[in-house]
Design a protein around this ligand. Sequence first.
Ligand SMILES: C[S@@+](CC[C@H](N)C(=O)[O-])C[C@H]1O[C@@H](n2cnc3c(N)ncnc32)[C@H](O)[C@@H]1O
Ligand code: SF4
Length: 210
Amino acid sequence: MHDEELLKEFEFFKVKEGRFRISLTTTCNARCWFCHNEGSIPPVKIDGKNGLQHKTHTCSTQEYITLVETLIDLGISRLYFTGGEPLISPKLDPILESIPLHEKNEFKVIIATNGILLKKKLDSLSNKHIDKLKISLHAFSDESMWNIERTRSIDVVKASIVQAKEIFPEIEINTLLMPENQHEIMDIIQFARDLQIDIEILERMTWQRN
Ligand SMILES: C[S@@+](CC[C@H](N)C(=O)[O-])C[C@H]1O[C@@H](n2cnc3c(N)ncnc32)[C@H](O)[C@@H]1O
Ligand code: SF4
């Protein structure tokens, strides 16, 4: 098929406001007990020692760059980078560097992150063409964060959200409501409110709905 015919085939990307989710890695620096790891079927397993079982194949950086270029040519409206934890992946920076400067009404580049590495990565991310960060905040104390994500870095995540708000055009907090954070949900909402950041409260999807 010729390029023009191929582009026509994918006109629906424009018409239907095409969205594409790239899961850069199954590796993560947290161990959320509920994690669906972006649709891995079967889901990534956490073993008794908090180790992860990974996918056997992921694309190379160059393959992702070609994919992203093609999706932009086809008229994609939203490109999501997720994982696992995308900020861990060394592929993220070169892929983002390959994305051209654009208006947010052309298409949007969105990164989903647990925020743990965000503070360290803010400098390098601030130079890239990112339209929105979706930052997970499931807890408000280290104790709950440990119960949910098996890590204690709540102050780092909160501070990163505050800083990120000054850098990126759009920030959104994502919170999964669950028994372990019910008692802190109002604190999380108030935190978002004080910063005037959108918050999305999610319900847990089970593996069957993956
Ligand atoms: C898989 S994570 C990947 C990005 C990043 N590591 C993070 O946690 O934000 C993307 C989003 O999916 C959510 N998520 C993971 N497992 C889920 C589940 N079983 N049901 C609903 N949302 C889930 C996470 O809370 C997070 O907001
Ligand atoms: S931080 Fe994200 S990818 Fe990592 S375990 Fe939690 S939900 Fe899954």
